[in-house]
Design a protein around this ligand. Sequence first.
Ligand SMILES: [Cu+2]
Length: 161
Amino acid sequence: MRLTSAFSILCLSAALGTAFAASPVHTSGHAVTLDLISGQGTANGGLNFNGGFKGSKTFTVPLGSVVTVNFQNMGTLAHSFVIRKGGTVPTDADATDAAFPAAYAPMKVEAGLKTGMTQKVTFKANKAGAYYIVCGVPGHAMGGQYIHLVISKTARTASFN
Ligand SMILES: [Cu+2]
């Protein structure tokens, strides 16, 4: 019973934390949502995801998660995203680079989404490893618009750091 109570308090704290800190990740069983925001603020001249660029931020999700990406472009330029395999620093990305079916947006990755537009995609994170989230608008990856995504065998909840 004590464990159950502690867990309830943790969950309440997590819920409150989400409300106040606007965490971009949420985990509910195997379902994970990532609020991926391009052009959030002026970091790297707007060529960023959630304020991160050149790999300075990392989303982590548990292996086996069904990941829904709520993508929103808050920047002044058009942006897109592709989840592609980690390794060599990405210099570009298009839909054919996607590491999982549907792990990109919009359909015309190179054109991107205009300011204020949103798109939701869902994919199954069924291969553990290191990935990049990269903007596919020409020049943006070269300019540093990429962050990390880790699909983890050990993580129990999604996180953003
Ligand atoms: Cu971009």
